[in-house]
Design a protein around this ligand. Structure first.
Ligand code: DGT
Ligand code: CA
Ligand code: CA
Ligand code: ZN
Length: 577
C-alpha cells in the first residue's frame, strides 16, 4: 500500500474515534471510518489525486475529500487538531491500543479516571475493571493482548521502565542459582538510556551450565535464540531479547565494564590502554609484552590502572567523561537518595487515580522531607477544576500536613500554558499556592516562534516555579514541540524558573541531551514523577538516571535542597543560590 494512503487512513480513523468519543454524531463517525477504510484499500496513491479524484473513491464525499486535500497540502487538518485538543491526551492514548475501542476507552476514563496505558495496566491488575458494565474477563484479556502488541510494534526498542522490571526479575531469579558469585545487568540498561535494544545480564560463576539451563527454563522465556556455553539469548513472552553471559569471577570487573559499554566509551578507554602498552578486553587488562593480567576483578581496578577514577555508567557515552576523569573533574552526580521530595503529582481530584491521603501516605513511606500536590487547573476543562475545589483541597492539605511528622506538604497546581502563554488563574490566585508547575498540554503544532514565546511568557510569570515536561514528547509516540529551546533555557535562567526532568518512563522530559544544553545556561532543574497513582512515585529513579545522563549534581536539582532554600527559590522573584 502506498504510504500516503496509510497515513490518510490513520488520520481519518483517528478523527472518527475522536468524533465518537466526544459523543458526536454516530453517523458522522461511521462515515469517516468507512472513508478511512476505502482510502486505505484504494490501489492508487491518493497523494496524486485532487479533490475530484478523491471523490471518485467510494464513501469519500466532499467534506472528507477537502480534509484529505488539506492534509496532503499542509500536513495537518484543522478539524482534527481541534478534536484532538478537546480530548484528554490519555484517552487518545487509550484508543491507540489496537483492541480497545473509543466507547470502552471513554468508559474507562469516566468511570475509573484511567487516562494512560500505564494506568490501565494498573487498573486491570487491581481488578478495578471487574465491576464495569460491558467489561468481562475476556475484555481484560483482549486489552492486555492489545497492549502487548502495541509495545512490540514500536521501534523494536523498549522503554527503560519496562526493561528494568524484567531485568530485575531475571537478576533475582539467577542470583538464587547455586554457585552464583555475582549477577547484574549491564548494557544500555545499566547506563539508563531512555530505550533499550536488548537486556544484557552477567553472572560471575565458575561453571556456566547451571545458569544457562536455569535461564532457558525461566517461565517468561518464550523462545531460545541462541544457546551456548558463554552466552545464551532468548526472547521473553513480551518479545524482549535478553542475553546472558557467564564470566569467570576473576574477570567480573573487566566483563562488567566491557558489556556496560557504550561501545564508544569502550573504544576510548581501549585507546588509553594501547598508549600504555596494555590490552583491554572483557577478560581483563593485560600487559602486552608479558601477557600478564594486571587488573580484572572490579571496574575500579581497571579504571585505576588506566589512570582514571571510576566513571558512573550513566556517563559512559563518550560525551567528555574520559577527559573530565583524567583531569579529576567528573561531576558528583545527583543520586536517588539525594531527592528530598516530589514536586509534581496528582490526585483523584483531577486525573489521578489515588486519593490525596493515599498519595501522601505513599510519599511519606518513601522518606521524603516534602511533597507537593499539583492537580490540574481549570483551563484543562475536562478536569473540571474550580476555584472552590482547589481551595477546599488546600484546606485538606493543610490539615493533613500535621499528620506526617517528618514530611511537609506543599499545595501546588499544574497550570496549563495556553496557546498564547497565558495561564489558568490571575496572579492574586496564583499567589496562594506554595508552588506552580506550568506545562503545555495542547496546541503542539503552533509555529516555532509561537511555541517559543508561549514558553518564555510562562517563565516570566513570577509565580511559575517549574516548567513541567518542557518538550511534551512521548517516547515512540509523539515528538517534542518545535520551540527554540535555547531561548527557553535562557529565559529560565534569567527568571529563576526550574526546568522539569519528568521521570515518567514514557516522557523522560527534558531528555539527557537537552539537560546538558540547558545546564550551560545556568538553569536549575526539578526531577519529578508527575505521578497519577501511588505506583508512579517510584518512577523517580528513571528521572534521576536521566538527570545523571545530563551530568547534573545535587546543586543543580532544586528538590534535593532543604525546604528553606527551595522556598526561597520558589518565591516570586526568587532565584535560589
Ligand atoms: P542496546 O542493546 O542497543 O540498547 O545497546 P547496548 O549498549 O546494550 O548494546 P549491546 O547490547 O549491543 O552490547 C552491550 C555492550 O557490549 C555495549 O554497550 C558495549 C559492548 N559491545 C558490544 N559490541 C561491542 C563491540 O563491537 N565493540 C566494543 N568495544 N564493545 C562492544
Ligand atoms: Ca543491550
Ligand atoms: Ca546485547
Ligand atoms: Zn502533571
Amino acid at each position: 500500500m502506498a504510504r500516503p494512503n496509510e497515513e490518510v487512513e490513520a488520520l481519518l480513523q483517528e478523527y472518527a474515534d475522536l468524533v465518537a468519543i466526544t459523543g458526536g454524531d454516530a453517523f458522522k463517525a461511521r462515515a469517516y471510518e468507512k472513508a478511512a477504510r476505502a482510502i486505505g484499500g484504494h490501489p492508487g496513491d491518493v497523494s496524486k489525486l485532487d479533490a475530484k479524484g478523491l471523490r471518485d473513491i467510494p464513501n469519500v464525499g466532499k467534506s472528507i475529500a477537502d480534509k484529505v486535500v488539506e492534509y496532503l497540502s499542509t500536513g495537518r487538518v484543522t478539524a482534527v487538531e481541534e478534536a484532538r485538543a478537546a480530548i484528554p491526551a490519555g484517552v487518545r492514548e487509550l484508543i491507540t491500543i489496537p483492541t480497545l475501542g473509543p466507547k470502552k476507552a471513554m468508559t474507562l476514563y469516566e468511570e475509573l479516571h484511567v487516562s494512560s496505558v500505564e494506568g490501565l495496566l494498573d487498573a486491570i491488575h487491581e481488578e478495578r475493571l471487574r465491576g464495569l458494565k460491558g467489561f468481562g474477563e475476556k475484555t481484560e484479556a483482549n486489552i492486555l493482548h492489545g497492549i502487548a502488541l502495541m509495545q512490540k510494534a514500536g521501534s523494536g526498542r523498549i522503554l527503560l521502565g519496562a526493561a528494568t522490571d524484567v531485568a530485575e526479575q531475571i537478576v533475582a531469579d539467577l542470583s538464587g542459582v547455586k554457585g552464583c558469585e555475582g549477577c547484574a545487568y549491564a548494557g544500555s540498561l545499566r547506563r539508563m538510556r531512555e530505550t533499550i535494544g536488548d537486556i544484557d545480564v552477567l553472572v560471575a560463576a565458575d561453571r556456566s551450565a547451571p545458569f544457562m539451563q536455569a535461564f532457558a527454563g525461566l517461565p517468561y522465556a518464550a523462545e531460545i535464540i541462541a544457546h551456548g556455553q558463554k552466552k545464551t539469548s532468548l526472547r521473553t513472552t513480551k518479545g524482549l531479547q535478553v542475553d546472558l553471559r557467564v564470566l569467570p569471577p576473576a574477570s567480573w570487573g573487566a566483563g562488567l565494564l566491557y558489556f556496560t559499554g557504550s561501545k564508544a566509551h569502550n573504544i576510548r578507554i581501549r585507546e588509553i590502554a594501547v598508549r600504555q602498552k596494555l590490552k583491554l578486553s572483557e577478560y581483563g587488562l593485560f600487559d602486552v609484552d608479558s601477557g600478564v593480567n594486571i587488573a580484572s576483578g572490579t571496574e575500579e581496578e581497571v579504571y585505576a590502572r588506566l589512570g582514571l577514577p571510576w566513571i558512573a555508567p550513566t556517563l559512559r557515552e563518550d560525551r567528555g567523561e574520559i577527559a573530565a576523569g583524567l583531569r579529576g573533574e567528573l561531576p558528583e552526580l545527583v543520586a536517588e537518595d539525594d531527592i528530598r521530595g516530589d514536586l509534581h503529582t496528582h490526585t483523584d481530584l483531577t486525573d489521578g487515580v489515588a486519593s490525596l491521603e493515599d498519595m501522601v501516605e505513599a510519599a511519606a513511606r518513601r522518606g521524603y522531607a516534602y511533597y507537593a500536590v499539583t492537580d490540574h487547573a481549570p483551563d484543562l476543562y475536562m478536569q473540571r477544576m474550580t476555584d472552590e475545589k482547589m481551595l477546599a483541597q488546600r484546606e485538606r492539605v493543610r490539615a493533613l500536613d500535621g499528620k506526617h511528622r517528618k514530611m511537609r506538604l506543599l499545595h501546588g497546581t499544574e497550570l496549563n500554558i495556553g496557546p498564547d502563554g497565558g495561564l489558568d488563574w490571575p496572579d492574586d490566585f496564583l499567589a496562594g499556592f506554595d508552588l506552580c508547575v506550568a506545562s503545555v498540554h495542547s496546541h503542539f503544532h503552533q509555529t516555532r516562534a509561537e511555541l517559543t514565546r508561549r514558553l518564555v511568557r510562562a517563565c516570566e510569570n513570577p509565580y511559575v516555579g517549574i516548567i513541567g515536561h518542557p518538550t511534551t514528547r512521548r517516547i515512540g509516540k509523539r515528538p517534542g514541540i518545535d520551540a527554540d529551546f535555547d531561548a527557553v533555557f535562557e529565559a529560565c535562567a534569567r527568571t529563576g524558573t526550574a526546568l522539569e526532568v519528568n521521570a515518567h518512563p514514557e516522557r523522560l522530559d527534558l531528555c539527557d541531551e537537552d539537560i546538558l544544553r540547558a545546564k550551560r545556561y545556568g538553569v536549575k532543574f526539578a526531577v519529578n514523577t508527575d505521578a497519577h497513582s501511588t505506583t508512579h512515585l517510584p518512577y523517580m529513579r528513571y528521572g534521576v538516571g536521566t538527570a545523571q545522563r545530563g551530568w547534573l549534581t545535587k546543586d543543580d536539582v532544586i528538590n534535593t535542597w532543604p525546604l528553606q532554600r527551595l522556598r526561597r527559590f520558589l518565591r516570586p522573584g526568587g532565584h535560589g543560590s
